[in-house]
Design a protein around this ligand. Structure first.
Ligand SMILES: Nc1ncnc2c1ncn2[C@@H]1O[C@H](COP(=O)(O)OP(=O)(O)OP(=O)(O)O)[C@@H](O)[C@H]1O
Length: 270
């Protein structure tokens, strides 16, 4: 039997993003894939929420629906009082994809300023040029601002992608497995850097990951999805104190929460 979990009553006024009974089907080669079933979820302003679940359970689809790149077949999504489409036009979003997708002919500095230049005519052109340089410094790229992407390691390129997203200063950030292409040491370093930047920006974050430890370290809540069709099967509140640094991974509470998510995932996929 499918289960729908509602965290708060639908359309909580203080929520930044509300999914209300959202379902999505895809049609592929004459077959219908039921990607998401009746997802209801309220995400608070400034909350960091992770989505975790088995491959194909609809995590990226949820992100694309929230970002207005797909339309739900049933249900509604509200982003700061707007439809996702309008929110996209109002430049409410920034996005960190799995692969950095930098422009090879632009330096680090000009990759980071790029989206602000594109949005110049919108009300949100992002942070100032000086603030962008400070951001690059904070993320460890201060000596590489005039380098080209091909001169950087994969981890450094992903840092540029993160800086580019934060430079937009958008109220909602969508992150689709942003660390999955990185080795474990780089991944761990960058996740805490991202948390530092987020603690200053305080945007609302929807973060897709396959990593249980990562979901726990980063999030205020971990949303566990089950597959066929994709649906919310559990929600784990992460009450670890912030700011979080690597030491949090030594705490008993962290290990307890990692286990909670593991058990929820097992339960959701059985
Ligand atoms: N554009 C599309 N056309 C047809 N089917 C699609 C499309 N996008 C997604 N799907 C299907 O919808 C389901 C959910 O896909 P989605 O990519 O959201 O899952 P996911 O949880 O992000 O997967 P993964 O963890 O492997 O990245 C899958 O069965 C997928 O094949």
């Amino acid at each position: 039997m499918t289960q729908t979990i509602e965290t708060k009553p639908a359309h909580d006024d203080s929520a930044s993003i509300c999914f209300d009974q959202v379902s999505k089907w895809f049609r592929r080669k004459g077959q219908v894939v039921h990607a998401l079933s009746r997802v209801s979820l309220d995400i608070a302003d400034g909350e960091f929420v992770s989505f975790i679940g088995p491959s194909g359970c609809g995590k990226s689809t949820l992100l694309r629906l929230a970002g207005g790149l797909l339309e739900p077949d049933r249900g509604t999504i509200d982003v700061k009082g707007e439809t996702p489409n309008t929110a996209r036009r109002l430049k409410h979003y920034s996005f960190i994809p799995q692969h950095p997708a930098l422009l090879p002919w632009r330096t680090v500095r000009r990759n980071v300023s790029m989206l602000g230049e594109v949005n110049r005519r919108a009300s949100t052109a992002g942070i100032s040029a000086e603030a962008q340089l400070a951001l690059l410094d904070q993320i460890g790229l201060g000596s590489f601002i005039d380098s080209y992407p091909k001169e950087l390691s994969g981890g450094m390129q992903q840092r540029v992608s993160i800086a580019r997203a934060f430079a937009l200063d958008a109220p909602v950030m969508l992150m689709d497995e942003p660390f999955s292409a990185l080795d474990e040491i780089t991944r761990s370093e960058i996740r805490y850097l991202l948390l530092d930047l987020w603690s200053q920006a305080r945007s609302t974050v929807l973060f897709v990951t396959h990593s249980i430890p990562e979901a726990v370290v980063m999030s205020d809540r971990v949303i566990v999805l089950g597959a066929r069709p994709g649906r919310v099967t559990d929600i784990i509140n992460v009450d670890l104190p912030r700011p979080r640094h690597e030491a949090v991974e030594n705490s008993d509470r962290y290990h307890y929460l990692v286990n909670e998510v593991r058990v929820a995932l097992r339960k959701g996929s059985s």
